[in-house]
Design a protein around this ligand. Structure first.
Ligand code: B12
Length: 602
């Protein structure tokens, strides 16, 4: 490998049509989060339907979250003298669609770009961004990292534009060594976990850095600037935390389950925990966030905490002065913890995920550890203790789950809504699209579980993501639900549930009408695009898609813009200022760098 020296000077090549060049972005490493699809702008030949994500977090189908590990890498490496910056390209391109990506690449002053392929959904975008960077700036080395990168490391390294893949759930130490090696112009010989190329020959260093503890505390004190959108915007003030990598449970569909963790990271112990003093650090910084009392805190994976760990964690939460907090729970939370949760924050939300009302399906989905009757009794109790809200998630795409089963889940949700009317019990349902997680048990052994997998390799997923039709992007179907049904039955279930919530005043009627109008439109338009996408003659296909181009673009522009809505919050909220909206430059600089000629679609 040709390891570039640090301090490489950015190429200063003015491009035609540009207004103002972006100031150079200097870093020892720039961590880049690519949109799930690149380049989505002005595309008339690929349709991103409303509800095209599973819809539980405030993101568009470009999946703007970057791995929270970007923040820990930034702190850990920063403490060791390395200047690490983060660029969320998804957010930049959504907010500033007229910015020419090539101008961004030209402004980079860094020897190393790190790209996450953590979630498989980013496979097309991460690779396309890497390819373009390499084409324009062969002086910049490119390293991939994250869960999917680890799983597919030996395939990814074969792409000519991927120089290195850093494997592992904890990459801090090896990345520090890598940056030091690059700074010194040394080859990354012997750096644990790394797969790299030496003059085109693939080298696989030993995959040995697998510590029992994981990560360092995140510094939350500084949040990205919120450019706002003229006062009326409802800012998304949210931070999150995970105290563990891996999982104590073993749900067959999950790429982070016990067995999946073993497959990916080749380590028998399936949990690595964040050290207590790092959690302490994290909470100290949370308290320093300006206006912390307007922030929601999302505790992801808190089902992996022991009761004593949870009690300690709750003390911190109580101390932090946050507006609201949500905890994901696997079992029905026991009384003492419930009471403490309610005491520590007046707006405590608990998220349960029974996945199905049907105990057989729930068990096959890896859940089913309580009955509906037990859950309902627990709901009464939790509300009595002062828990503010309980979200209950159901999933579509599980074993033995056909259309009737999904309908019965919706009917059960109606029962819950009636029984707990006015009490903030909020059932939600989402289709598992577009991907069944690679490395999950159902992905690895589809036949045994009634699944069929369409895309297996990274390249197959990448190509799949380039399909015009969302149905062809989906990587699986089950014996009980075809790809088309996953979408149709899944969307219809969401639609019915929204309708019920409107009727029972759990949501404003006007939001429901608007939301369901979008679902109806997607349900009408998906088959139209699908038919065109499935034409086998490439010329006929291109012609058919071209004829639909205006309609596709119109719909994409309604989903891919500077706003997001989801099931939990069915109102458009502006992006920018979310903890992961790290835009590299400020709003004025990005606005000034917009091209006169408009967005570049390639
Ligand atoms: C926390 C979490 C979330 C949080 C996100 C938190 C965050 N921003 O990181 C939320 C709830 C928002 C979320 C969302 C989603 N998630 Co999630 N999530 C998890 C969970 C529970 C833990 C992940 C974890 O432990 N991270 C900690 C460690 C492993 O990662 P890290 O510290 O962030 O990063 C380190 C390394 O990964 C690596 N690294 C990562 N990126 C890079 C890049 C470079 C260049 C380098 C060098 C290193 C590197 O170094 C970091 C530092 O050590 C896992 C389940 C599990 N048990 O693993 C699922 C999981 C990761 N999520 C998954 C999925 C599918 C999703 C969604 C796509 C769901 C959806 N349809 O909406 C979205 C995607 C969001 C997006 N991109 O916008 C799948 C991924 C399967 C796959 N391989 O694709 C998992 C495995 C299981 C699951 N189904 O939930 N998720």
């Amino acid at each position: 490998m040709n390891v570039p020296m640090s301090g490489t000077v950015a190429a200063e090549r003015p491009r035609e049509g540009a207004v103002t060049a972006l100031p150079s972005l200097r870093a020892d490493m720039l961590l880049v989060h690519a949109p799930a699809f690149f380049d989505f702008r002005n595309r008339r030949d690929i349709y991103f339907p409303f509800l095209g994500t599973s819809g539980d977090v405030p993101i568009t189908p470009l999946y703007e979250y970057f791995p929270v590990g970007f923040k820990t890498l930034q702190r850990f490496l920063g403490d060791r003298g390395h200047d690490v910056k983060i660029l969320n390209l998804s957010s930049v391109l959504l907010r500033h669609p007229e910015v020419d990506f090539d101008r961004i690449v030209e402004a980079l002053d860094t020897p190393l770009v790190g790209i996450d392929l953590h979630w498989m959904i980013h496979v097309q975008g991460s690779l396309a961004v890497a390819k373009r960077i390499k084409a324009l700036r062969p002086d910049i080395a490119i390293v991939f990292g994250g869960i999917s990168s680890t799983y597919y490391a030996l395939e990814l390294i074969q792409y000519p534009f991927v120089d290195m893949v850093m494997r592992g759930y904890d990459t801090h130490e090896p990345m520090a060594e890598l940056l030091t090696a690059i700074g010194a112009g040394r080859a990354p010989e012997g750096i644990a976990n790394l797969v790299w190329k030496e003059r085109g020959v693939i080298r696989e260093n030993i995959f040995s850095h697998k510590p029992d503890s994981f990560a360092c505390g995140i510094d939350w004190a500084r949040q990205p600037d919120d450019p706002g959108s003229g006062g009326g915007a409802m800012p998304i003030h949210e931070i999150l935390s995970t105290q563990n990598a891996g999982c104590a449970y073993n749900c067959g569909w999950c790429g982070g389950s016990r067995e999946a963790f073993r497959r990916i990271f080749k380590r028998h112990r399936t949990m690595a925990r964040k050290p207590l003093h790092e959690i302490d650090f994290e909470f100290q910084t949370i308290k320093r966030i300006p206006g912390v009392n307007s922030y929601h805190f999302y505790s992801v994976g808190s089902y992996n905490e022991s009761p004593s760990g949870m009690r300690r964690f709750l003390d911190h939460v109580g101390d932090a002065g946050l507006k609201s907090v949500s905890y994901e729970q696997f079992h029905l939370t026991r009384d003492d913890i419930l009471q403490q949760m309610a005491r520590t924050n007046r707006r405590t939300v608990i998220t349960l995920s029974p996945e199905s009302h049907d105990p057989v399906v729930a068990k096959l989905a890896g859940r089913g550890v309580y009955t509906n009757a037990e859950m309902e009794a627990w709901l009464e109790k939790a509300l009595e203790y002062g828990i503010y809200q309980i979200d209950i998630w159901y999933f579509v795409g599980m074993p033995e789950q056909g259309p009737e089963s999904v309908q019965a889940t919706v009917d059960y949700c109606a029962h819950l809504l009636r029984k707990f009317k006015g009490k903030n019990v909020n059932p939600m349902i989402c289709p598992m699209i577009p991907f069944l997680d690679p490395a999950s048990t159902f992905f690895e052994y589809p036949d045994q579980h009634g699944y069929r997998v369409f895309h297996r390799t990274a390249e197959q997923h990448r190509r799949g993501m380039e399909s015009a039709s969302i149905l062809n992007r989906i990587n699986y179907e089950t014996k009980w639900l075809s790809r088309q049904q996953l979408v149709e039955v899944g969307f219809d279930a969401v639609r019915q549930l929204m309708e019920l919530k409107g009727a029972m005043s759990a949501l404003p009627r006007v939001c429901v009408t608007d939301y369901n109008r979008r679902i109806d439109d997607a349900l009408d338009f998906i088959p139209v695009v699908h038919e065109a996408d499935c034409l086998t003659d490439p010329v006929a296909r291109a012609r058919a898609l071209d004829a639909l181009g205006d309609e596709i673009l119109k719909r994409n522009n309604m989903v891919l813009f500077g706003g997001v809505m989801n099931q939990a919050y069915p109102l458009n909220r502006s992006i920018g200022g979310r903890w992961f909206d790290e835009m590299g430059w400020n709003d004025e600089q990005l606005t000034a760098a917009r091209t006169v000629t408009g967005a570049t679609a390639r």
